[in-house]
Design a protein around this ligand. Structure first.
Ligand code: SF4
Length: 287
């Protein structure tokens, strides 16, 4: 099992408490990443930085930003798509993935346009949202998985179909760091949680940052990993969902209001099967 990667805002004191090789640092503004410094100034190497911007993409300049710095840039929206298109080469010059929330729906159209220009994109599908645009998300997924005209990848679809497990379960939210088998989120008080949302809602593990390197063996951690079983205990729709392996009840909050999640995740499973069957396939004349 790979080492867990802690996700936290820059804090030299916290870094010193962590016995890990890689970290993800979280910033509020793109300019603040200039403080991330080079690797020899930090205790650990950078997996990437997360920037959670309040500004739209078209308002951001990348002046002074290091081209090689891996950046997960979360913005609420694109703003002017015309400005964003005119800057496509600028975005492509950075080691950058742009994350847009799936709402408003316009974001899904913009993600598609920017991916068609070669920009690495992601759409975040929030679990707490009741009215998710599943049909439009499905359209974007089909484009991301099946269209030969797409140049940049679109997450979470790309990771799911290229790295997903056809026999087991796959963490759909891993591209936006909701994957407790890969990432652990830590707040300024050194409290650990499985996701940014868990941190905000106060669902903390009792474990201390110093114990992170042994967390996979920790009983509390293992118990929390299995909390999905509550979906079965509650006898919810998830307990007989055909696409449970892809979703694992992640959208249980919206599914009683809008059950289209099952159709979407069934399509995701089909896409995973399609891609896995075509992984490494060679044509006769190529061999
Ligand atoms: S797709 Fe919907 S019904 Fe199926 S497991 Fe996810 S939330 Fe539950």
């Amino acid at each position: 099992m790979n080492e867990l990667i802690p996700v936290f805002a820059p804090d030299a004191g916290l870094s010193k408490r962590l016995d890990v090789e890689k970290v993800v640092l979280v910033f509020d503004k793109l300019e603040d990443t200039l403080e991330s410094g080079s690797s020899h100034e930090r205790e650990q190497s950078l997996h990437c930085v997360i920037v959670r911007e309040a500004r739209n993409l078209d308002l951001l300049t990348f002046e002074g930003i290091e081209h090689a710095l891996p950046i997960a840039l979360f913005v609420p929206a694109v703003g002017s798509i015309r400005i964003a298109i005119s800057r496509a080469k600028v975005y492509s010059a950075f080691n950058l993935r742009i994350f847009l929330p799936a709402l408003p729906r316009e974001n899904l159209v913009h993600a598609r346009i920017l991916a068609s220009l070669g920009i690495e994109m992601a759409v975040v599908i929030p679990q707490e949202e009741k009215d998710l645009p599943w049909d439009e998300i499905s359209d974007l997924m089909h484009y991301a998985v099946y269209s030969p005209s797409r140049k940049g990848s679109i997450e979470p679809f790309e990771r799911f179909v290229t790295r997903g497990d056809t026999q087991g379960v796959t963490a759909f939210g891993s591209p936006w760091f909701d994957d407790p088998e890969r990432f652990i989120h830590i707040d300024a008080q050194g409290r650990l949680a499985f996701s940014k949302r868990d941190l905000e809602e106060g669902h903390f593990l009792q474990t201390r940052p110093e114990e992170l390197s042994n967390l996979h063996q920790n009983e509390e951690y293992q118990g929390n990993l299995k909390r999905w079983q509550a979906s079965f205990l509650r006898n919810s729709k998830c307990s007989y969902c055909a696409a449970w392996s892809a979703c694992q009840g992640a959208y249980i909050e919206s599914c009683s209001h809008d059950p289209r999640c099952e159709a979407f995740f069934s399509e995701m499973v089909e896409a995973l099967d399609f891609r896995s069957q075509n992984r490494g396939r060679t044509k006769i004349w190529q061999s």
